[in-house]
Design a protein around this ligand. Structure first.
Ligand SMILES: Nc1ncnc2c1ncn2[C@@H]1O[C@H](COP(=O)(O)OP(=O)(O)OP(=O)(O)O)[C@@H](O)[C@H]1O
Ligand SMILES: [Mg+2]
Length: 285
């Protein structure tokens, strides 16, 4: 494979005439951490949604390694190796923490879903369903082995957040703090052992110490060689974590480079940092 993991070219997506993503191109290399920053409404989440297959592009291409993924649905893209978390956080409130992590693995099961390849053929969908039901009731040596592998994987992901989630394995997700729900979401994404981890504002709503803790955990993932595409408003975290920063405004990329260079780019200060500072001080001129 070349030195590019994710290759986005001329990507476009509009909503009723509004160009949310307006012809952007960027790459993520294996093991690289790339952050997208920009003001509210600049197209960051839309970009992540396009990469993860949550929504379809109206133009351009997205490739993961040698595979074109811009026409694939989100389940297939997860199988290809992209796992994501959501800006607003999404856990299943009444499922346990362990089940919330395991649920992300459904698309990867082989022994438990023997005819999974047929599930996208509408007329034959009953075959994989019956197969799953049979194996759930009777079980096979292979499905029992898969069960053991799943449990080990869930435990390994819980271990990443040992101090926070270690003792909460069987607790329902609704009993978790907001920060812990977001950790469970990252654990769910990591259970897929993704080649690219996509995170949309993983520390949104967290206080300073919680944010610092998540930064440490993301730095550990980075040290393990995990490629990450991150959207985040907290510039401190972005600067400490990223190899490269992309700045969006109005659906376009207005700057791109190493964190320290981007931070001092006049266009960035104007479009993002300056605007926020102006907003923070109440100066809207
Ligand atoms: N499903 C949708 N339908 C209509 N408009 C949308 C939809 N999703 C996004 N938009 C619009 O597209 C633009 C980009 O939105 P997007 O959510 O990508 O911004 P963002 O950079 O993630 O902002 P924020 O920092 O507030 O999360 C916004 O003007 C938004 O209102
Ligand atoms: Mg967003």
């Amino acid at each position: 494979m070349s030195g590019v993991l994710l290759d986005v070219k001329n990507l476009e997506r509009h909503f009723d005439g509004l160009k949310a993503v307006d012809g952007i191109s960027f790459t993520v290399a294996p093991g690289e951490v790339v952050s997208i920053i920009g003001p509210n409404g600049s197209g960051k989440t839309t970009t992540l949604n396009l990469v993860a297959g949550t929504i379809r592009a109206h133009g351009g291409t997205i490739s993961l390694g040698d595979t074109r993924i811009d026409r694939a649905d989100s389940a297939r893209i997860a199988e290809y190796g992209i796992a994501r978390t959501f800006q607003n956080g999404r856990v299943f409130a009444t499922l346990s923490v362990a089940d919330n992590i395991e649920v992300g693995l459904h698309s990867t099961l082989h022994a438990t879903r023997p005819f999974r390849g047929l599930s996208h053929l509408f007329l034959l969908r009953w075959i994989p369903l019956l197969g799953e039901l049979f194996i759930a009731i009777v079980g096979t040596p292979a499905s029992r082995r898969e069960r053991i592998e799943i449990d080990a994987n869930v435990d390994a992901q819980l271990h990443r957040f040992e101090a926070r989630l270690g003792s909460r394995r069987d607790d329902p997700a609704y009993s978790l703090s907001y920060a812990n729900r977001r950790r469970a979401e990252i654990a769910r994404a990591m259970a897929l052992k993704p080649t690219l981890l996509v995170l949309d504002e993983p520390t949104a709503g967290m206080n300073q110490s919680e944010t610092a803790e998540v930064l440490e955990q993301l730095l550990e993932l980075k040290a393990e060689g995990q490629a990450i595409l991150l959207v985040e408003h907290k510039l401190d975290l972005v600067m400490k974590l990223s190899d490269r920063v992309i700045v969006m405004d109005g659906g376009r990329i207005i700057a791109e480079g190493r964190p320290e260079d981007v931070r001092h780019d006049p266009a960035v200060i104007e479009a993002y940092i300056g605007r926020r500072r102006a907003l923070a001080t109440g100066d809207r001129s």
